[in-house]
Design a protein around this ligand. Structure first.
Ligand SMILES: C[S@@+](CC[C@H](N)C(=O)[O-])C[C@H]1O[C@@H](n2cnc3c(N)ncnc32)[C@H](O)[C@@H]1O
Length: 254
């Protein structure tokens, strides 16, 4: 970020323009629009999303990472999840961050440099086309609704996991409108997410495309119905069946 008053003014202008970016409600995600959006958002992203910090730890826990494993953070942004992932895989493991925004990745690169991690690789690519090495043990998709609503992105990413590789997706969602606080909570969700996504398509069940691709997906609804953590695995050994899961589509835990 630029220094002093000029830098602050530029950041505020960028955030305001991001808030006003043309929203394509009901459309598919638009990677080119996301790239433009995050050029504006990058300077203020971490201030505006500080409230999500506890959920990052929970999402990383759900990945059940072991030392030495390789984990891919899809839509890694400025790298806020990287410390949670790197700590779990340790120096013998590897973290690969993928994002289409060079401006967000610039922050992630600074974070990696300051921490001195040599086992973190950052790739500038869309999830639809990213060609990270095959055989990763786990994938995290955190607060990346555009990725969750792109079957092409999900198919590409899952194809690169090893058999039995785990997937965790976490983010915001609509809470049921008919509940007493549904209206106000959803207005708050709209305002909180509006600056960061190019479509609200599928915001009621953001995991639905993932559920169609994974034979078992467990969905935990959190934050009073406004958030979710979805966990699953691609088919193949070792079997990673957990209690409470069933075959045939997502299991939603409220
Ligand atoms: C709300 S940020 C989340 C960043 C990070 N995962 C976090 O938890 O803070 C969404 C990120 O997804 C990235 N993104 C959006 N669409 C993408 C796509 N199709 N492929 C790769 N990255 C994408 C954006 O550039 C942005 O950095």
């Amino acid at each position: 970020m630029g220094g002093g008053r000029h830098g602050l003014r530029a950041a505020a202008t960028g955030a305001a323009r991001a808030l006003l970016h043309p929203l394509r409600l009901g459309a598919v995600p638009d990677p080119a629009a996301a790239r433009r959006l995050y050029r504006l958002q990058a300077p203020t992203y971490e201030w505006l999303t500080a409230a999500a910090a506890p959920w990052r730890e929970r999402a990383a826990d759900a990945l059940r990472l072991a030392p030495g494993e390789t984990v891919v953070d899809v839509g890694c942004g400025s790298g806020l999840n990287l410390p949670h992932l790197e700590r779990r895989v340790g120096p013998g493991g590897r973290v690969i961050g993928v994002d289409l925004s060079p401006h967000m990745l610039a922050h992630a690169r600074r974070r990696v440099g300051h921490a001195g991690w040599e086992n973190v690789l950052l790739l500038e690519a869309s999830a639809e086309e990213a060609a990270f090495p095959d055989g990763a043990d786990a994938v995290l998709i955190c607060a990346a609704h555009d990725v969750m609503r792109s079957p092409r992105a999900l198919t590409n990413v899952l194809a690169r996991l090893r058999p039995g590789g785990r997937v965790v997706a976490a983010g915001c969602k609509w809470t049921p409108w008919w509940t007493p606080l549904g209206g106000p909570l959803n207005v708050a969700m709209w305002m909180a997410n509006r600056p960061f996504i190019t479509t609200f398509e599928g915001f009621g069940a953001p995991w639905s495309h993932l559920g169609a691709l994974l034979p078992e997906l467990s969905v935990e609804v959190v934050a009073g119905g406004c958030g979710y953590i979805a966990s699953g695995a691609v088919p193949g050994p070792p079997p990673r069946r957990r209690s409470g899961q069933r075959r045939g589509g997502p299991t939603v835990k409220l």
